[in-house]
Design a protein around this ligand. Structure first.
Ligand code: SF4
Ligand code: SF4
Length: 373
């Protein structure tokens, strides 16, 4: 007996697949499944988060509908994956945010933007709000750096703690007895697999989208989004070091490192999410967990808006639009931070953790050990 009907269905499918084994070369899910003869809830959640939703095992399956076995691995694992994220959420009281996630994120984002816009308007006179501020420290004419650092530092710290608690719950659920960092080779293998999105290629041919002709477009747009996000994060880190170590205040010139990193990342975060949205609109509905479409779209839009408002601020920072744009950008970024543990953002972390476990299992098997039941 499993904890949910989704896990019951996942168990049924994995039992069929374990007899068939036709898809074992497509991704990491099938080799991980083949290491077992029975599946616990934790094993099924592990497979679900190991799956990259490429869709290849549906297209290739001789038992997919209308066959009576009704095998649809991508969709069943997508539902199990989303349900596992809600189960691991910290604090548990917020796990409900995963349901109707698109609406929840939209409301939180709108409230955050409104709070920054009205806060700026209330704390500054009209002259300052729509005035022209230039040179180092221009942003802090509207919001003191100390207040900005305290507010965003607290939001980021909260997100990191909540995400770490979720990862801890997942690691325990999948039955790993030791710390993740205790096995550096597996960690390194998972980093390489994540950096290259190794399993988002349907076994080498690409993702299945609107028809049965696979392409690499989803992988390319995902790379642009992922590396764009990392570059923007690096820009923020460098700017923080500039502020505290070199006593250099933002905004910085266009040629300076934080701006170069932020602009490069921002372009990736415009093209990547736009491409992912386009690809999503063309996905075969049979592969998709329709109930979570709102969550996927909300996360993609939040990344796009973060970049769009950031680039608009960069381009118009020497004009009277700087005040309203700064409020808008800060509102979007703040809402992105506080909603990160309760939306699609978590897929990257749990997938990475699943890849660490997979690499560990592969190493154990190569060493002649068996996977603990
Ligand atoms: S998805 Fe279908 S073809 Fe692939 S292993 Fe499972 S049953 Fe076999
Ligand atoms: S959808 Fe792709 S990644 Fe997921 S189980 Fe099927 S082949 Fe593997």
């Amino acid at each position: 007996m499993h904890g949910t009907s989704t896990l019951e269905e996942a168990d049924r499918l994995m039992t069929v697949c374990n007899s068939c084994r036709y898809c074992e070369g497509l991704c990491a899910v099938f080799p991980a499944m083949e290491m077992r003869r029975a599946f616990s809830d934790g094993d099924l959640n592990y497979f679900a988060n190991l799956c990259h939703a490429c869709g290849a095992c549906y297209t290739d399956c001789q038992f997919s509908p209308p066959h009576e076995y009704d095998v649809n691995v991508p969709k069943t694992l997508a539902v199990a994956r989303a349900e596992s994220w809600a189960a691991y959420a910290w604090p548990r009281a917020f796990s409900g945010l995963f349901a109707n996630n698109g609406l929840a994120i939209s409301i939180i984002a709108a409230l955050c933007v409104a709070a920054f816009v009205f806060g700026f308007a209330a704390l500054n006179d009209r002259q300052a709000m729509v005035g022209i501020h230039t040179g180092p420290g221009a942003f802090y004419a509207l919001m003191p750096h100390s207040a900005m650092a305290a507010l965003f530092g607290a939001a980021l710290l909260y997100a990191i703690v909540a995400l770490a608690m979720g990862v801890r719950a997942f690691w325990r659920d999948i039955g790993e007895p030791i710390g993740m960092l205790a096995d550096p080779p597996s960690l390194w293998q998972a980093i390489k697999d994540t950096a290259g999105l190794r399993y988002l290629d349907g076994g080498g041919v690409g993702c299945v989208n609107e028809d049965e002709r696979p392409t690499d477009r989803r992988k390319i747009y995902h790379h642009l989004t992922f590396y764009g996000f990392l570059l923007c994060f690096a820009a923020t880190c460098v700017a923080t070091l500039y502020h505290y170590l070199l006593a250099r205040e933002a905004p910085y010139p266009f040629w300076d490192l934080p701006v170069v990193l932020g602009t490069s990342g921002g372009i990736g975060l415009l093209i990547g999410p736009a491409g992912l949205l386009f690809e999503k609109s063309k996905r075969d509905p049979v592969l998709v967990d329709e109930k979570r479409t709102g969550m996927d779209v909300a996360f993609i839009l939040m990344l796009f808006l973060t970049s769009f408002t950031g680039i608009a601020l960069l381009l118009l920072r020497d004009t009277s639009a700087m005040g309203p744009l700064l409020a808008l950008h800060l509102g979007v970024v703040f809402s992105l931070f506080i909603t990160m543990p309760y939306g699609k953002f978590v897929h990257g972390l749990y997938r990475f953790v699943a890849l660490v476990r997979y690499a560990r299992e592969r190493r154990m098997m190569a060493g002649g050990a068996s996977v603990p039941e």
